[in-house]
Design a protein around this ligand. Structure first.
Ligand code: DON
Length: 325
């Protein structure tokens, strides 16, 4: 990196200038107090709404951090694209897509809608994410959801170069389980209409889905994971090939068309980058072949996306030509 730095061959050559521009955008967005914390479980309702963090990592490992990038929070729906990648990795594309589609739904993330062929729309809406958890669990019939969650946490750890420990929030999991009525309805619908892969147990499938939502990471860790996706599956920190390029390609395509809930179309129009948000306030964004970044701010808009996170993305692409179209 040092020799590449001297010869100015870095992914972002004017790093200092880039960082000062990012700081300006970060400061611009900070006063925005629009939106509200998710309030369906106490741990999200009571989270400090003022938290605001942004972390970047380029495909050659240059990193920057601003604000609350060290705060562990549940990754919630940010878990969905990696679970999809893991399903592709373990079970292959043909088997996976027999049970989950790749179409944007244009419907709220927890809607009970299915495609005309009875598959859930895509792996980023709850129905598709619950089915994706079922696909993963069906490959390990003798193992409990929590053990399989350990495998997923290990994958996250490799995605973020092991810079910190991937954690699990028992409190989040217990609250999620106690309030998961709509997710139970979705799971029964999937069992009745789509059919579950290898007749996996509905409870294992749901527990795996909810456990993966309850994984805790920081924005700094998520930024490196995003950079691994930007880098075709090779972690810029360790150089390890964590995911094959083919899997990354499909994962990013799904994030592009469905990662920002029913706002994914507008987000693609305005920001033009594959991204995934979660209800704890994280947004993970990939600038293919250049870098990944993650934002954290708990107040959400009506779609369930972090208000500051989306505002930051908009201002970023106003300033830089990162919109991929
Ligand atoms: O399934 C739920 O209700 C939450 N755990 C979903 C998490 C989330 O971020 C919403 N996403 N689509």
């Amino acid at each position: 990196m040092v020799s590449r730095s001297f010869s100015r061959q870095l992914a972002i050559p004017d790093w200092e200038e880039f960082c000062s521009d990012i700081r300006l955008i970060y400061d611009n967005v900070a006063p925005d107090r629009g939106g509200n914390n998710a309030d369906y479980i106490p741990i999200l309702r009571d989270a400090d709404p003022e938290r605001w963090g942004v972390a970047f990592c380029t495909v050659d490992g240059q990193r920057m951090r601003l604000g609350d990038v060290d705060v562990f929070h549940s990754i919630q729906s940010v878990s969905k694209p990696l679970n999809y990648a893991y399903a592709l990795l373990r079970e292959g594309s043909e088997f996976t897509h027999r049970f989950v589609g790749t179409e944007p739904s244009g419907r709220p993330f927890n809607a009970l809608d299915l495609l005309p062929d009875m598959r859930p729309f895509n792996p980023c809406v709850n129905a598709g994410a619950i089915m994706t958890a079922g696909i993963i669990a069906s490959g390990s019939p003798d193992r409990e959801a929590r053990e399989i969650t350990g495998d997923v946490m290990n994958l996250w750890s490799r995605m973020c170069g092991g810079i910190d420990e991937v954690r699990f929030s028992e409190e989040t999991m217990l609250s999620e389980r106690a309030t998961a009525h709509t997710n139970y309805a979705i799971a029964y619908l999937l069992q009745g209409r789509t059919g579950l892969p290898r007749d996996v147990s509905l409870h294992t499938m749901l527990d795996l889905y909810l456990s993966c939502c309850s994984i805790e990471m920081t924005s700094e860790m998520l930024a490196i994971a995003a950079a691994t996706l930007a880098n075709g599956g090779v972690c810029p920190i360790t150089g390890e090939e964590v995911l094959p390029t083919e899997v990354v390609k499909k994962t990013l395509a799904v994030m592009q068309s469905a990662g920002m809930y029913d706002n994914a179309g507008s987000f693609t129009l305005e920001v033009g980058l594959p991204a995934k948000s979660g209800v704890a306030g994280a947004v993970l964004v990939v600038v293919p072949n250049l870098m990944g970044f993650a934002t954290f701010s708990p107040r959400l808009d009506d779609y369930g996306n972090s208000v500051r996170g989306v505002a930051f993305c908009r201002q970023l692409v106003d300033r830089f030509t990162f919109h991929i179209y």
